[in-house]
Write a protein that binds this ligand. Structure first.
Ligand SMILES: Nc1nc2c(ncn2[C@@H]2O[C@H](COP(=O)(O)OP(=O)(O)OP(=O)(O)O)[C@@H](O)[C@H]2O)c(=O)[nH]1
Ligand SMILES: [Mg+2]
Length: 242
């Protein structure tokens, strides 16, 4: 009986030792891990510079379709009219780029100029097949340019996938782009927002890269507190690629 009692005692002691070893091995690890988490630096906050691309143009020109394509790298075959604003964001190498569209219908056009002050680039979209209203697009465009003499301009002659689309020299002439002074940087590109890579148009990926590069080049200017760059060159590009 005494032997059985001492056997049980030894077994309990052995079990206790095993549990103690297991306990002491496990908990220091937990403590170390917690200490590491407490001491590790807080997740670094990425700081972005805010930049805005203002996208304007008559109703139906393709502004929303282009914004969709630039922000998602995909095209879509239909789009509803914008009854106010539409915006999307692109993050690119320290820049948080907002693509802001104000709808192009008659009643919304009166608000366009209020948005010029915050913009770093204006993208003006025209429907290359809408020859009947190109003179209206020209009037609207030149009024905007008059308001902001330094704002860089990119004109997108959209819907180049359609056979009735005017070609770039025609759009250049219809919009009187030759009247724009050499102080402003102007780029004219043919695009298709529904079938990227259509013949005679610039890929939207290329458009996006050009915009990003332009905004990157404004970084220094912005840090000095100025909104708009002082452009010294006139760069009118009639660029098409396949
Ligand atoms: N064929 C063709 N159709 C296009 C193109 N871009 C847009 N569309 C179509 O044209 C119509 C108008 O396009 P939106 O992108 O809504 O035009 P918007 O300039 O945003 O118009 P509002 O919002 O009314 O100012 C839609 O049915 C689009 O699918 C293009 O490059 N080619
Ligand atoms: Mg729209």
């Amino acid at each position: 009986m005494a032997a059985l009692r001492s056997l049980i005692g030894a077994a309990v002691a052995a079990l206790g030792s095993v549990l103690f070893i297991a306990w002491s091995r496990f908990f220091p690890v937990q403590r170390r891990r917690r200490r590491y988490l407490e001491c590790s630096p807080a997740t670094e906050q990425v700081k972005y510079l805010d930049r805005q691309i203002l996208v304007l143009g008559l109703d139906g020109a393709g502004k929303s379709s282009i914004i969709h394509a630039l922000s998602t790298d995909t095209t879509r075959s239909s789009s509803a009219p914008t009854h106010g604003f539409n915006s999307a964001q692109i993050l690119h190498q320290g820049l948080r780029i907002e693509l802001l569209e104000v709808g192009g219908s008659h009643n919304l056009r009166t608000y366009w100029k209020q948005y010029l002050k915050n913009a770093h680039i204006m993208v003006f979209v025209v429907d290359s097949t809408d020859s009947r209203r190109l003179h209206l697009a020209r009037q609207e465009l030149h009024q905007l340019l008059h308001e902001e003499p330094d704002l860089p301009l990119m004109v997108l002659a959209n819907k180049q996938d359609r056979t009735t689309a005017l070609c770039l020299p025609e759009i250049h002439s219809e919009l009187s782009l030759h009247r724009i002074t050499s102080e402003r940087e102007v780029t004219l590109l043919g695009t298709s927002a529904i079938s990227d890579g259509a013949a005679h148009s610039t890929r939207l990926q290329t458009v996006k890269t050009l915009l990003e590069e332009r905004l990157q080049s404004l970084k220094g200017t912005a840090q000095n507190g100025s909104n708009h760059p002082q452009t010294t060159q006139c760069h009118t590009s009639l660029q098409r690629d396949g």
